[in-house]
Ligand binder design. Structure first.
Ligand code: FAD
Ligand code: FMN
Length: 461
């Protein structure tokens, strides 16, 4: 995939560097590339395109033209179509018979534990058992070992209107976490308990049953799809994504567990890779923002086993937030500015963003304490090193977040007597009386001569 400004992902950086710099002999390599990108970016799919070209230059044998998935439109279809061409090529290359359809798609065996040792049961940890307990927390903190941060502040930034925008401050004291203005903080969220329990009811499972999924193939690199043993409740709360639209291949796996002809016909149609099938999937799932709960509610005879669903659903992903503070001004806290996501779907349901709606009610007080697993990710988005360089920042809505960090940094520099170049911010909001974020702070920077700000309304009178 392409990230940043035409860059490879963090976990591909080393590979990218190696094929760029070294004159490798890849004459024995058969390869093909599918790139993930978004066509609204200037450097569309540049990583996939580069790898595709470079492996050929190094002597590789390209077995299939480059596939490109566009996250702005039809990414899922793009990969399905590309895969349809891929498998026949692979089978030909290895002399395999690709016509055998009777393959067991299940990768894991289910075992429900009658009398589990609860001290060995995962409760939502990303990898290491009990790693969220204060006494077991150990730096360095990174994606597989997040820091359990105490939330110090969670206050509403909007002064009116029906939306919420949170200003959150996370404590990073004694964590050895360092950050620069412009970096991102990644938060591990939880799914809504109501959705989790509804899903258990729909699929007739007791949420607190302890189970384990074990790879059928003893050579599999992943022994289980997420940390096990755990409970159905924990798996659905912390480990799998239950709120995105399920992919076509997931729905296809529901077919053998669908009994009525009516439901079967619907599912069969929308899991076909024909134009008609794709259109049906788009209409039923994507346009109506149907989640797995919605599909099971609307297809009452479709009841896949919960453990199979857990195997099929993607892992719940972290949510990134631009850090809206500077460590020069706040060395022991990381600030986040997050708008709460909620929207109505054409079927009349209200879909709520996982992370933002999980964070919203977590308002700390003397007797209420909240902890959030997080880590900091470095970014390329930086202030010019010299403070005298003038800057123009354009950030409507929560787009102001990284610039708040930049402003704090320049303010610290100015107070230390450094020359600070002209600092201009263009901010946009719906109505200044409602959602002019950090208005007082910005006005104080204007008053001190640090900032020139231009704030505009899109829905003002
Ligand atoms: C590098 C980076 C920095 C970011 N910084 C910030 C930040 O500073 N502040 C901030 O608030 N967010 C920021 N985000 C976005 C943030 O990571 C989350 O995506 C956002 O908070 C929503 O998360 P959620 O879990 O609440 O929603 P999710 O459960 O992830 O739901 C989001 C999904 O809902 C769907 N959706 C959203 N709106 C609608 C709609 N109107 N109609 C239909 N479907 C819709 C889309 O499919 C979308 O992908 C950043 C993202 C990245 C990648
Ligand atoms: C911060 C950020 C930067 C991105 N930069 C690019 C880019 O330069 N070019 C591009 O084609 N896509 C870019 N994308 C889009 C991603 O490549 C696209 O969403 C892709 O589907 C991500 O795949 P993944 O979710 O499997 O990592 C960017 C996405 C993000 C969040």
């Amino acid at each position: 995939a392409t990230y940043g400004e035409g860059d490879p992902t963090d976990n591909a950086a080393e590979f990218y560097q190696m094929i760029s710099d070294q004159d490798l002999d890849l004459t024995n390599l058969n390869y093909c590339v599918f790139g993930l990108g978004n066509s609204t970016y200037e450097h569309y799919n540049s990583t996939g395109r580069f790898v595709n070209k470079r492996l050929l230059e190094l002597g590789g044998n390209r077995i299939l033209p480059l596939g490109e998935g566009d996250d702005d439109s039809t990414l899922d279809n793009d990969i399905i179509e590309w895969k349809e061409q891929l498998w026949p090529k692979v089978c030909t290359l290895f002399g395999l018979d690709g016509s055998d359809q009777d393959i067991n798609m299940r990768q894991y065996n289910l075992e429900e534990l009658e009398d589990p040792d609860m001290s060995k049961v995962f409760t939502g940890e990303v990898t290491r058992l009990n790693s969220y307990l204060a006494e077991k927390q150990r730096p360095p903190y990174e994606p597989k070992n997040p820091f359990m941060s105490h939330m110090l502040v969670n206050r509403e930034l909007h002064k009116g209107g029906d939306r919420n925008c949170m200003h959150i401050e996370f404590d990073i004291t004694d964590s050895r976490i360092r950050y620069d203005a412009g970096d991102h903080v990644a938060v591990y969220p939880c799914n809504d308990q109501k959705l989790v329990e509804d899903l258990c009811v729909l699929l007739d499972k007791k949420p607190d049953t302890v189970f384990r999924l074990t790879a059928i193939d003893s050579y599999a690199s992943k022994k289980s799809p997420f940390p096990c043993p755990t409970t159905y409740r924990t798996a659905l709360t912390y480990y799998v994504d239950i709120t995105s639209c399920p992919k076509m291949h997931v729905l296809k796996e529901f077919l053998p567990y669908t009994h009525s002809e009516e439901d079967k016909t619907k599912l069969e149609l929308m899991t076909k890779t024909t134009m008609e099938g794709k259109a049906a999937y788009q209409e039923y799932v994507v346009k109506n923002f149907r989640t797995v709960n919605h599909i099971l509610q609307d297809l009452p005879s479709c009841r896949p086993p919960l453990d199979y669903l857990l195997e099929l659903l993607p892992r719940l992903q972290v949510r990134y937030y631009s850090i809206s503070s500077s460590s020069k001004a706040h060395a022991t806290t990381v600030h986040v500015t997050a708008v709460v996501l909620q929207y109505e779907t054409p079927t009349g349901r209200v879909n709520k963003g996982v992370a933002t709606n999980w964070l919203l009610p977590q308002v700390p007080s003397d007797d209420k304490h909240y902890s959030v697993p997080l880590f900091v990710r470095k970014s390329q988005f930086r202030l010019p090193i010299k403070s005298e360089v003038p800057i123009i920042m354009i950030g409507p809505g929560t787009g102001i977040a990284p610039f708040r960090g930049f402003l704090q940094e320049r303010d610290v520099a100015a107070k230390k007597g450094a020359t600070v170049g002209k600092t201009v911010l263009y901010f946009g909001c719906r109505r200044k009386a409602e959602d002019y974020l950090y208005q007082e702070e910005l006005e104080s920077y204007v008053a001190s001569g640090l900032l020139t700000v231009s704030a505009r309304e899109s829905r003002g009178d």
